[in-house]
Design a protein around this ligand. Structure first.
Ligand SMILES: Cc1cc2nc3c(=O)[nH]c(=O)nc-3n(C[C@H](O)[C@H](O)[C@H](O)COP(=O)(O)OP(=O)(O)OC[C@H]3O[C@@H](n4cnc5c(N)ncnc54)[C@H](O)[C@@H]3O)c2cc1C
Length: 587
């Protein structure tokens, strides 16, 4: 089984030293969320993840859920762990106290999401979609529905799902066939089949609240005819108690490459009773509230899996002896593999990306809270623009880097990484879904380039680039060398941005074929920006914690010298255009 120690020290460093967004600090309801409280939460979070959730990763992988007489039974140990998980209130961490939640900001819940993803992504998914559904109901449902459903979901007694995908409708939701027939009492009968539904059925909760996209019988074709419906597994009476079974059944459980402990189900809706949430034919907009927040959390999944892969690689490299290192003076016949430059480089690559991503995520969590809760509408809008720009970047970068890091972790472990003994190959398999679900990474890149670069408030990307240019031109002599490197790549990204904006207008295929590269270039620059913020504190506060800050400065040095230059490759490759791609005839 892999080892895992939650990175509480790094998380507390971010919370204590980088919680410096003025607008975030003006949010009244978070003024009492102080360092001591957060340290207590993270220490407890570390205990449950290290001791109770981590062992479930192997159990779920070896004994996936089964469908027995129409009921999905979860993997051994899941029920007991879930009971403790909800009793300790982990599911309600970021939920509104009005519905029984603890009201913690995303600056705290994101740390918990990372730990849980490291410990067991498959287990995490049972609660993750509940929070997604909670967010959607909170923003779009009537007070009556909120009062009935939210307290039970926040308590963890009922869970949630999101049901979009059908066999012929994945990325292109306009093709959706599930239909909704309005009844005289204002409810709907929902009929159709949904596939790939995470936590579609299981035995952890007494009810499951499905949020289903369907087309009302009198609605138009395409995305403008889709509405959102709440469809409970068991009908809920007015007094809030569950009664009879609704017309939803599980056809099968998907047989998957990874996250095997998560029950991914085919669900059949057979005239199931559903309640419309939000305005008719605007279902996609309502669902996107859930999906946008969810996409950042999927990015965090990639970060969490990267962290555990890195920790195990480091530990293994310190104990595995093979070959003589170049510089060693020891008389030993062999040295530890960590002494080989190539392995050391690989470990630093992982570490510099992971810590940079965590700092970027912390910055984004503050922006997200400002966009949702600041009292000034203009401030909220500005933050919301930044969140909208960075959401596809975080989702894609963190999950793609998760693939690179879990693959490199396997390489560090050699054959023992490929075989099942150390649990490393499982991390690779588990992470592989993250670039696919919640909108594939290619679709995120298209969304970034064709929709996010420009919005109704103008060029968000130009504002973002101005902001980071400003942040990196700090007078401090020690940061200057980093700032000089950074300026070179910001300039390349600016040129890339002008090029791609021109192509959006005049050569769409050039722009489409460059989307993934553009997203990566922006991603590497954004992580560098987060590192500049870390460096600022590291130099200023150096004498108070020399070991910690020296480690940060050296890790940043690696990032700026070895990782950030990838921006140029993406730029050069993408700006060669697409004629030779589009004109190619496959035989
Ligand atoms: C384990 C698992 C859990 C899931 N959980 C859920 C869930 O809880 N709820 C739910 O509703 N769905 C869920 N899904 C479905 C998931 O979101 C979809 O698989 C995903 O959105 C992609 O859809 P698809 O599989 O139909 O691929 P397709 O849409 O067929 O795409 C195939 C390929 O074509 C590319 N492509 C498609 N359109 C374009 C385009 N316009 N331009 C360029 N490239 C394009 C895609 O990027 C992809 O590489 C889950 C899937 C899995 C495997």
């Amino acid at each position: 089984m892999p080892i895992y120690i939650a990175p509480v020290e790094d998380m507390m460093f971010l919370f204590d030293k980088l919680r410096n967004n003025k607008n975030y600090n003006e949010i009244e309801k978070y003024k009492e969320v102080n360092s001591e409280l957060v340290k207590n939460i993270l220490d407890e979070a570390a205990k449950i993840n290290q001791n109770i959730i981590l062992p479930l990763a192997k159990s779920g992988d070896e004994n996936p859920p089964i469908l027995e007489n129409g009921v999905v039974r979860t993997s051994p140990g899941y029920k007991e762990a879930y009971k403790k998980f909800i009793e300790d209130g982990w599911i309600s961490l970021s939920c509104d106290p009005k519905y029984g939640g603890q009201g913690m900001p995303k600056t705290v819940s994101a740390f918990f999401d990372e730990m849980l993803s490291s410990a067991s992504l498959a287990f995490k998914l049972y609660s993750e979609l509940t929070i997604g559904a909670y967010n959607c109901i909170l923003r779009h449902a009537s007070d009556e529905i909120k009062d009935i459903y939210l307290p039970k979901m926040v308590e963890g007694k009922w869970s949630g799902t999101m049901c979009l995908t059908e066999s012929l409708c994945g990325t292109d939701l306009g093709l959706l066939k599930t239909k909704a027939e309005e009844q005289p009492d204002g409810t709907y009968k929902i009929s159709g089949q949904k596939i790939f539904i995470t936590s579609g059925d299981h035995d952890l909760t007494e009810n499951i609240i499905h949020l289903v996209l369907a087309r009302a019988t009198d609605s138009p074709k395409g995305t403008n005819g889709i509405s959102l419906f709440l469809v409970p597994k068991f009908i809920v009476k007015e007094d809030g108690n569950v009664s009879s079974r609704n017309g939803v059944s599980t056809g099968s459980i998907e047989n998957k490459m990874g996250i095997k402990g998560s029950a991914t189900c085919v669900l059949n809706f057979d005239e199931a009773t559903g309640y419309m949430i939000g305005p008719k034919n605007r279902g996609l907009n309502s669902m996107f509230t859930m999906m946008n927040l969810e996409r950042i959390v999927v990015g965090i999944q990639g970060l969490g899996i990267s962290e555990i892969a890195y920790q195990n690689s480091l530990s293994y490299a310190k104990e595995r002896k093979q070959g003589k290192a170049n510089y060693t003076k020891s008389e030993n016949e062999t040295d530890f593999i960590i002494d080989h430059a190539d392995i050391k480089k690989s470990l630093l690559n992982m570490k510099s990306i992971i810590e940079g991503e965590r700092a970027l995520c912390f910055w984004l969590s503050q922006q997200t809270e400002v966009s949702l809760n600041h009292k000034d509408e203009k401030v909220r809008q500005e933050a919301s623009d930044l969140v909208s720009l960075m959401t596809p970047v975080v989702k894609t970068m963190f999950t793609d880097m998760g693939m690179e890091i879990t693959s490199d972790a396997m390489q560090v472990h050699g054959g023992y990484g490929y075989t099942k003994d150390q649990g490393i190959e499982q991390l690779y398999r588990d992470n592989r879904i993250t670039p696919i679900y919640e909108g594939t990474n290619s679709i995120q890149a298209i969304d970034l380039v064709f929709r996010k670069l420009v919005n109704k408030n103008g060029n968000i990307i130009d504002r973002y680039l101005d902001m980071i240019k400003n942040d990196c031109n700090i007078g401090d002599e020690k940061i200057k060398p980093f700032g000089e490197d950074f300026n070179i790549y910001i300039e390349i990204l600016s040129n890339f941005t002008s090029w791609i904006k021109e192509k959006i207008q005049n050569s769409k295929d050039d722009a489409s074929a460059a989307c993934n590269d553009y997203l990566k270039a922006l991603g590497f620059v954004s992580i560098a920006h987060a590192w500049i913020k870390v460096l600022e504190v590291s130099f200023k506060d150096y004498d108070n914690n020399k070991d910690f800050y020296e480690d940060k400065i050296q890790t940043a040095k690696f990032y700026f010298k070895r990782v950030l230059p990838r921006v140029e490759n993406h730029f050069k490759s993408a700006t060669t255009g697409s004629d030779y791609i589009m004109n190619f005839k496959f035989k």
